[in-house]
Design a protein around this ligand. Structure first.
Ligand code: FAD
Length: 639
């Protein structure tokens, strides 16, 4: 029998970023005991890196803003492939979630008359991003941690134990979800420092593990983003949707090589920064796609006037949705008008006084000064696309966050649907708050409904999970041992080169072949040493997840024969209305490889957009995305 430390909770939240912490707060406030498990130190989740802000239609900077405008922007940004119910809930609830954060102790930047200040971002009609300088994610996490501490103090007063109903398990990696009779019964993992095993007996698990960026070579994501939640869900029998849609943020650092991919916030452009090519030309005016024609300024004068008078001018195309800007940069570089290190220029120096740049964008100022020796108050930055966000994720019920496996819930970047084919900047932080809360609530209601009939973990499953975790220590039965670092580098390179920002069938097939080869070699991965802090072993375990999600991305990318949002097919450059209403759903095939199961991808019809929401758009605009049959009943047809 495996030696394992054992704990029992009502709800286990895997992930301590914005989505996880909001779920913890909700489940605890409903009276349940909650464990929160995270790979890194508590407070160091990816959410901390979020810079620009949190989108919510509070209407502080422009009173014309409301949930309907935010909903429309989100659907347009996602090219109408979004789960419309999620987009609706998100647009309606985001303002309350931002206000609520201030009741936890957050302090957003203010307008002159004392309201929460909101900044411009790509694809948002009005200034909408509540922010704290360019360190908004940090404030989000700080205040939710503060709220958790205050709940723990309440618990101490009541039970004499701070951790009676919320306990944090930091630097602890979950490797497997356990099921009994098809329902969640627990989660298995190990302490990163000691390598010792840990088991959570729990009827409900909320996955809030973030994204998959570490499957790509150039990325803004940190080491934690290895698609664990996506893979855990797949192996447990849940489904992933939209995996072909990966967002390449247009502005990552391109130089020096050691920092390639690190994010340059969209807030730079929101605050007046403009993109230029090597001819010093503001090239984005050449790249406004048909679906957005008429909505963006067509001259520099109008674009510049818009910053001061948004009601009477159209916005600058520098702030088109990210997929459009990333493709435009890619084209400029390809056509020889790039910067010396393969990017383009982002110029804020000539647009704002130095003092103002340092005040509004302190992190960007320090990032460039320290990492690239560039003073952004004097020179332009060199920037280029970087893998940033995955729109695809666990298929969930919009209202409760429930996945298809009873007892499993998901929220945040590891869930899918909300952002369709492309996420608007700022819509992630609000997504975490809205759906983190809903998933916490969903898990609490589920546990409530179970009464005393909680599924019990089977000992054989614990042994199997331990065996799977330890496999990399076994030397291969035959053939040469493989090094996890080598395989990881090869995987990242293939995904970057062959399933990156611009894709074509032949290259995706090549990637799938390579992934197949890595799959074979994975069985030979062997790590040296012991279980005590052993990064090679940690990577070997994470690598399986990266391989699994990479296969989902590549298989779905091959099947979707159109270009939409974060999926651009060179061989199918247009958007196809017949694809808009279809989702690609990934599931794990039953087979003899439980660690990296084969992936099945099937088409599924989207639930049609509810009539009253459809009516929020003009028929002309919908005609660019929908089939005629889908618009048959639109009121515009009868006028
Ligand atoms: P995270 O915050 O990443 O948290 C994931 C958690 O899961 C971590 O605690 C991790 O340790 C844990 N975890 C993962 N796997 C395991 C495992 N196997 N076992 C245990 N724990 C595990 N969005 C915006 O809306 N506005 C912005 O301004 C913005 N700026 C950004 C800037 C940068 C540089 C980046 C990279 C992203 C930015 N985003 C922004 C996107 C946004 O920050 C993320 O999408 C969001 O924070 C994800 O939150 P999350 O709660 O889903 O996951």
């Amino acid at each position: 029998m495996t030696e394992v430390e054992r704990h029992s909770y009502d709800v286990v939240v895997i992930g301590a970023g914005g989505a996880g912490l909001r779920a913890v707060i909700e489940a605890r406030e409903r009276g349940f005991s909650v464990a929160v498990v995270c790979k890194s130190l508590f407070g160091k989740a990816h959410t901390v890196m979020a810079e620009g802000g949190c989108a919510a239609s509070m209407g502080n900077a422009n009173s014309n803003d409301n949930w309907q405008v935010h909903f429309r922007d989100t659907m347009r940004g996602g090219k109408f492939l979004n789960n419309w119910r999620m987009a609706e809930l998100h647009a309606k609830e985001a303002p309350d979630r931002v206000w609520e954060l201030e009741t936890y102790g957050a302090l957003f930047d203010r307008t002159a008359d004392g309201r929460i200040s909101q900044r411009n971002f790509g694809g948002h009609t009005y200034p909408r991003l509540a922010h704290v300088g360019d360190r908004t994610g940090l404030e989000l996490i700080r205040t939710m941690q503060q709220k958790i501490v205050s709940l723990q103090q309440e618990d101490f007063a009541k039970y004499g134990d701070y951790e009676a109903r919320i306990k944090v398990f930091a630097e602890c990696t979950v490797t497997e979800l356990l099921l009994t009779d098809g329902k969640i019964s627990g989660a298995f993992g190990y302490w990163r420092e000691s390598g010792r095993f840990i088991l959570f007996d729990a009827p409900a698990v909320v996955l809030a593990t973030g994204g998959i960026g570490k499957s790509f070579k150039v990325t803004s994501n940190s080491w934690e983003y290895t698609g664990d939640g996506h893979a855990l869900a797949l192996r447990a029998g849940a489904k992933l949707i939209n995996m072909e849609f990966v967002q390449f943020h247009p502005t990552g650092m391109v130089w020096p090589p050691s920092v390639k991919g690190i994010l340059v916030t969209e807030g730079v452009r929101g605050d007046g920064g403009v993109l230029k090519n090597s001819d010093d030309k503001r090239f984005m005016f050449e790249y406004v796609p048909d679906v957005f024609k008429g909505q963006y300024a067509d001259s520099e004068d109008e674009a510049d006037r818009w910053y001061a008078d948004a009601d009477n001018n159209r916005r600058t195309p520098d702030l088109l949705p990210r997929d459009e800007v990333a493709r435009a940069i890619n084209s400029e570089v390809k056509e020889g008008r790039g910067s010396p290190h393969g990017g383009v220029y982002l110029d804020i120096a000539s647009r704002l006084p130095a003092e103002e740049i340092r005040r509004r964008l302190p992190s960007m100022y320090h990032q460039f000064k320290e990492l690239a020796d560039v003073d952004i108050t004097k020179e332009a930055m060199e920037v280029g696309p970087t893998c940033h966000y995955v729109m695809g994720g666990i298929e969930v019920d919009p209202d409760t966050g429930a996945a298809s496996v009873p007892g499993l819930f998901a929220a945040g970047e590891c869930s899918g649907g909300m952002h369709g084919s492309n996420r608007l900047g700022g819509n992630s932080l609000s997504d975490l708050l809205v759906f983190g809360r809903r998933a916490g609530l969903g898990a609490a209601s589920y546990v409530d409904g179970l009464g005393d009939s909680r599924p019990a973990v089977a000992e054989a499953d614990v042994d199997a999970a331990a065996k799977m975790a330890l496999e990399p220590f076994d030397p291969p039965a035959k053939g040469v041992a493989e090094n996890p670092y080598t395989l990881h580098t090869e995987l990242q390179q293939s995904m970057n080169d062959l399933v990156g920002i611009i894709r074509k069938a032949g290259e995706i097939r090549q990637a799938l072949e390579k992934l197949g080869e890595i799959r074979q070699r994975m069985a030979q991965v062997t790590v040296e040493g012991h279980r005590q802090f052993n990064p090679g072993w940690h990577l070997a375990v994470d690598l399986r997840n990266m391989l699994l999600v990479s296969e989902c991305v590549a298989r779905a990318a091959l099947l979707r024969t159109e270009s939409r949002g974060g999926h651009t097919r060179d061989d199918y450059p247009g958007m196809d209305a017949d694809w808009r209403h279809k989702l690609l759903v990934c599931s794990a095939k039953a087979g003899d490889n439980p660690v990296v199961p084969d992936v099945d991808v099937v088409e599924k019809e989207q639930i049609p957009l509810r009539e009253d929401l459809l009516e929020l758009f003009e028929l002309d605009e919908l005609g660019k995305y929908f089939t005629d049959a889908e618009l048959e009943n639109h009121s515009g047809r009868n006028t």
